[in-house]
Design a protein around this ligand. Sequence first.
Ligand code: B12
Length: 228
Amino acid sequence: MTQEHILNEIRKNVIQGRRNAEDEGLDDELAGEPGVEELVDQALEQNIDPQEILNQAISKGMEEVGVKYENGEYYIPDMLAAAEAVGAATDRLAPYLEQDNQQKKGKIVIATVEKDYHDIGKNIVCIMLKGAGLEVIDLGVDVPADKIIEEAANREANLIGLSALLDTTMGYMESTIKKLEDKGLRDNVKVLIGGAPTTPEFAEKIGADAHCRDAFEAIRTIEEEETR
Ligand code: B12
């Protein structure tokens, strides 16, 4: 298979929510055909760049799933199937993206804020930041502000990354920053925010240091910060 073909197959299988050859798929009966696990293995064997696999196939597939959900074509169980396929694919890719850099470039505590369970984007950011040489402490989803602040202080992190995908949970980013200020810890950390509903304007409004559209922007922002 050519690189283009294999990336396209991975993207299609994310949309079909197929982890492996045993899964049927959401629209078609595809059992027996390779799923994302087999396809990612094959792509890695063909020396396709793991970052290309992540960005051109996995993220693209998930974006299309988002569109299908918004059109009413997909429902929540379909999104979950796609999310599981993404999880299976990123598990396979992680060892190739994470480098064991001796000299860590910084330490980031990262979490999806309280009452928000979306973690696909956050997990991708974690993998990419590890790959870029940062020490990443991932606190998971639905994490209260106090917990995020406590971990950042105890682990002496110089960065906090907050993810929110819901209009109703974005406000917890603001309260996290407010609590950091109240505890006199705001100057110890840079706060990066991300997630589909967030914007640079929102970041400025709540006093975050930066808004990052994706993992690449996060890496750029952190590297620029270091050279300052
Ligand atoms: C998958 C998904 C789910 C899955 C989540 C599975 C999982 N394990 O994450 C499930 C089915 C559980 C789910 C549930 C719900 N969801 Co939902 N979900 C989505 C969907 C389709 C895709 C999100 C996604 O994974 N995108 C792909 C990733 C790669 O992109 P990303 O998250 O944006 O991340 C990138 C950047 O934003 C950035 N980034 C993200 N975080 C961070 C953090 C930092 C520090 C940095 C630097 C960068 C960064 O980098 C990432 C990589 O490039 C979106 C639709 C959409 N178009 O976004 C709806 C969506 C977010 N969900 C929505 C809703 C309403 C819900 C529910 C309330 C539905 C319901 N009625 O129950 C629940 C809420 C559950 C909860 N309390 O959290 C709405 C939110 C509307 C809004 N603006 O408030 C959306 C937009 C769909 C819609 N149009 O209605 N959902």
